[in-house]
Design a protein around this ligand. Sequence first.
Ligand code: FDA
Length: 402
Amino acid sequence: MAKSGNYDAIILGAGGAGLMCALTAGQRGRRVLVIDHASGPGKKILISGGGRCNFTNVNATSANAQERYLSANPHFAKSALGRYTPTDFIEMVQAHGIAFHEKTLGQLFCDDSARQIVEMLMDECDKSEAAGGRVDFAFHAPISDVRRADDLYHVVYNGLKASAPALVIATGGPSIPKMGATGFAYDLARQFGLKIVEPRPALVPFTLGGDDVLFRELSGVSADVEARCGKVRFREAALLTHKGLSGPAVLQISSYWRHGQPIGVDFLPDQPSGWLRDLKREKPRTTIKSALSASLSSRLADILADRIGDGGNLADWPDRRLEEAERKLSDWPFTPNGTEGYAKAEVTAGGISTDGLSQKTMEARTVPGLFFIGEAVDVTGWLGGYNFQWAWASGVAAGSSL
Ligand code: FDA
């Protein structure tokens, strides 16, 4: 129910981070108002993980944070992730009787529906009353003014005004604007004098043009590859699309990619060095095309073989040329001409600079009572439950100090 009035804290955004912050503060006896312009809570949770929400990753720990979270300060996320771990979230999921399973690489998904995670978070908000707290919600509530006066934050929404000594910004980043995602957190950060690390779409498909455009004809074909951007490598599936490249391995490297940078794809990551030379000895009348189609879809094998210059049987190829072909196949160069942008980006990298925030509480160093959490902050996880774990952990960090 929307309530105008005075609170202990106002939270802008009812996504994963905002809800976690609200239930933590509420259960500590705080009176909290959560304001969102969407029609209900957790819209991104509902569509996540193909509707089953990959709600955490068992490896999303402080020990791995430096490698698995991108940030201008790779140490920043460790504190919050160390104090609220995947095990803590799993305990809540189990206490609510939500069945889940590990899919791959430590990724945990609901067996049934992402809706269960949203219902769980809302139930936990309701438990605040038993602790003397309260969490009120205002949905369909565009925010028209935010200001600080007399040590209070005043928020105007839907013609109502609420005030509190603490304000938590949990409005996420601009990825998937058609779901109501905005850069509102950045506007507020600037308003209060905080710095922004330039935001960019991440976990996003690449678009291909120029010489690479041929690969777009293979839309729908996938392969188990190792994708590389600079020194960062991911071994997972890649998917060719009518615009370019996607699939988990490609989405992962996209977070590290900068415009103009080439990427490399190892189409045969399981083949040992020298495999084409060995095959030539074993089966001299085999062609490159048939050698490739033993492991890859025949359409992909055709394009790769044509590009390498299929010159008849392997027996006709000098060993040196086979070694060159192998090298090319193990680091196939693409130069994406861009990405599919915020419209298709699973997250936004960059955001509110961690320089201005306390890693323990997420409070702005120079603006008492102002907190930033979740995707709005310059902390971006790998694909596979890392981003929700950051939303939960940063929400708890702020909620524990309201
Ligand atoms: P989030 O974006 O969830 O919430 C922000 C809230 O603020 C929204 O409710 C929005 O309506 C509100 N808001 C925004 N602007 C506002 C304004 N101006 N006024 C009022 N309200 C405003 N991660 C993961 O770990 N596992 C997964 O399975 C997936 N799957 C996935 C699928 C898809 C399709 C996407 C797009 C993303 C994922 N993610 C994911 C990423 C994950 O969804 C994301 O990291 C978190 O939802 C971020 O949580 P936040 O609460 O920070 O922002």
